[in-house]
Design a protein around this ligand. Structure first.
Ligand SMILES: [Cu+2]
Length: 279
C-alpha cells in the first residue's frame, strides 16, 4: 500500500556468540518455537500468482515473501474475523486504499512491503487465530489471486523485542536506536488506527515541513528520495513487526500514507511526517 509511496570488532562478537552457545548448551541460531512461513509470487506481468501456506499456528512467525515474478511485488496480509470471502476482502482493500471506510471484519495483518524481482524478505510478527488473506497490492487486485491461511491455536501473548524501535500512533512516529548499517527494527503500532512506515532520505537541506507543504500542494514532488526509501506492510493498532532496514548515515523522513479505518486522507496529510537522523 506504499503509494509514494557501532560496531564492535568482529572477532569479539564471534567469541561472545560462541561462548554463549557453549554456556547455555543451546543452538544460538533460531529457537524451534518460531515457525517459518513462506509466501511466494510467481509469473509474469499482470499474470502473477501468489501462494500461501494453508495452515499456520498462532504465535510468533517468521514470514518470508519470495518474489519469483518479473515485477515488483508486495505481501499485504489481511486478517478477517468470521467467515468472509476473497471477494469481500478485495472489496474492503479497494475501499481502504481509496480512503473509504474499512469493513468491520477487516484488519491490516502485516506482511512484507515492496519486494523486487528475485528478492526474498523476511519479517517476524505474532499471528492471532483467524483467517489471513494474502494480497499483492503492487498488481491489480483479483479475488482469484488472494489465497488464505487459516491460523489456529490460542490467542498469543508473545511479544517481539529489539533495541531499535519505531513507534507509530495518531499521527506521528517516535524512533529510537536507528544506526547506519543493518537495523532490526521493532515497528510497533501503539495507536488505534492502522499504520505503516516509510523511511525515505530527505533531499539536500529539505525539512519535514517542506515535505508536508509539497504533499498538500498536490503538484509538487515531495523532496524525498523515493528510490532510496524502505517500507513496511500495514499493521493495526496494538500490533508490531520486526523488520530489517539497511540505512546509510543521513536525515530521513518517516511517513505513513494509510487512512483511518473510518476513511479520510492518508495520514501524511494529517501531519504523520517526522524526521530522524541516522549516524
Ligand atoms: Cu498511519
Amino acid at each position: 500500500m506504499s503509494r509514494i509511496p557501532s560496531r564492535a570488532p568482529y572477532p569479539v562478537v564471534v567469541c561472545v556468540a560462541l561462548a554463549m552457545a557453549v554456556v547455555f548448551g543451546l543452538a544460538a541460531c533460531g529457537e524451534e518455537s518460531t515457525q517459518e512461513l513462506t509466501f511466494e509470487l510467481n509469473g509474469k506481468g499482470e499474470a502473477v500468482e501468489l501462494t500461501a501456506p494453508e495452515n499456520a499456528d498462532s504465535g510468533e512467525a517468521e514470514i518470508t515473501f519470495t518474489n519469483s515474478s518479473d515485477r515488483d511485488g508486495e505481501l499485504q496480509l489481511i486478517r478477517v474475523e468470521g467467515d468472509h470471502t476473497a471477494e469481500e476482502v478485495v472489496e474492503g482493500l479497494e475501499s481502504a486504499m481509496k480512503g473509504k471506510p474499512f469493513p468491520d471484519f477487516f484488519f491490516a495483518g502485516g506482511g512484507v512491503s515492496t519486494t523486487k524481482p528475485g528478492e526474498s524478505i523476511t519479517v517476524t510478527q505474532v499471528l492471532e487465530p483467524g483467517t489471513y488473506f494474502a494480497t499483492d497490492t503492487e498488481t491489480k487486485l483479483d479475488s482469484s489471486n488472494v489465497p488464505a491461511t487459516e491460523v489456529t491455536g490460542d490467542q498469543s501473548d508473545a511479544e517481539l523485542a529489539s533495541d531499535t524501535t519505531v513507534e507509530a500512533s495518531e499521527y506521528s512516529f517516535t524512533a529510537e536506536g536507528l544506526t547506519a548499517g543493518e537495523n532490526e527494527i521493532d515497528f510497533a503500532n501503539i495507536g488505534a488506527q492502522p499504520h505503516h512506515l516509510i523511511i525515505a532520505p530527505l533531499k539536500g537541506d529539505a525539512t519535514v515541513a517542506d515535505v508536508e507543504k509539497a504533499l498538500k500542494s498536490e503538484n509538487e514532488a515531495p523532496p524525498i528520495d523515493e528510490k532510496g526509501s524502505q517500507s513496511t506492510a500495514v499493521i493495526e493498532g496494538g500490533e508490531s513487526q520486526l523488520v530489517n532496514f539497511n540505512l546509510k548515515p543521513g536525515r530521513y523522513a518517516l511517513l505513513c500514507f494509510i487512512s483511518d479505518r473510518q476513511g479520510g486522507p492518508p495520514h501524511a496529510f494529517k501531519g504523520m511526517v517526522d524526521e530522524v537522523e541516522v549516524d
